[in-house]
Design a protein around this ligand. Sequence first.
Ligand SMILES: NC(=O)c1ccc[n+]([C@@H]2O[C@H](COP(=O)([O-])OP(=O)(O)OC[C@H]3O[C@@H](n4cnc5c(N)ncnc54)[C@H](O)[C@@H]3O)[C@@H](O)[C@H]2O)c1
Length: 300
Amino acid sequence: MLLQQNFRQSSETQGIVHRYDVVSALVIVRSLDLKLHNLKGTDWTVCMRLSDKVIVVTGAAVGLGRAAAARFAREGASVVLADINETEGNALAGKLVAQGLKAVFVRTDVSREDEVKALVNAALVRYGRIDVLHNNAAILLSDRDLPVHELSLETWEYVMGVNLRGAFLCGKYVLPAMLKQGRGSIVYLGSPTGIVGCAPKLSAYSASKAGVAGLARAMAAAYARNSIRVNVIIPGTMDTPMNNYILCNDEVREQFREAVPLGRLGTPSDIEGIAVFLASDESSYCTGGIYMCDGGLTAV
Ligand SMILES: NC(=O)c1ccc[n+]([C@@H]2O[C@H](COP(=O)([O-])OP(=O)(O)OC[C@H]3O[C@@H](n4cnc5c(N)ncnc54)[C@H](O)[C@@H]3O)[C@@H](O)[C@H]2O)c1
């Protein structure tokens, strides 16, 4: 008797559930249909992994920084673009905003303490927090960076000023906000030249990039208990304005391509995946890491 009653109640309940299921399914299908219609032309490789993150990107006007910044914005982040190149920086910010994304350009020379302070202040005033510093700005002075006995102190200091002092200043001034928030991610751009002597002429650039890796590791150890992660991405030979001086020559370009185990030069989009990973919470157990993104260049 009791069993029959339970069975009847359960069948009736299931019947109701089934009817609701059918109605819900129709509503879901209709809303998916509408969403798909609205999302025609959407980049399906993007999953909004950086929603609610505020990311400062230095050297964001061209090259690898530009690609990373645009991808961060497409992943839902509010992006603060910093560069000395106002024309390209403003143009990128305008383009992203026109696409309905969140971006602002702040003209910044990362080697200048007052300008880095102003950048951090502008980011905090605009967005109220800084979750990620993508420290990408750097210079490579192909005509003046030379073997040590020929290298001028002026060039050494200029390169160190942008590449290493800039890395220090940007880290120094974003850290108070991250410490207050109790979390953050800092990503530095290193170079194979900071690990192996693959560019014997580029003494200052190589030393600055080795310095960046050392700085990042010290910071990773110092701030781990504050949940602030610090990592380094090492690109290989990338097809960006920085390398125009070698890649504009077809023969030299071919030699550089041939030296890459994966058989091709890197492009700015090659950096996006690892940059998103390190900026996102998906890398929450990663700090003090040095991530090669070089097509295998330093593996051989
Ligand atoms: N391209 C490569 O093959 C390669 C290889 C290894 C590492 N990297 C590193 O990756 C990063 C990006 O390289 P890229 O090839 O895109 O360089 P890039 O020269 O193409 O772009 C660098 C950007 O930094 C900006 N910049 C220069 N000085 C600045 C300053 N004082 N303040 C603010 N911004 C400044 C430039 O205006 C430019 O927008 C750099 O840190 C570089 O050292 C590049």
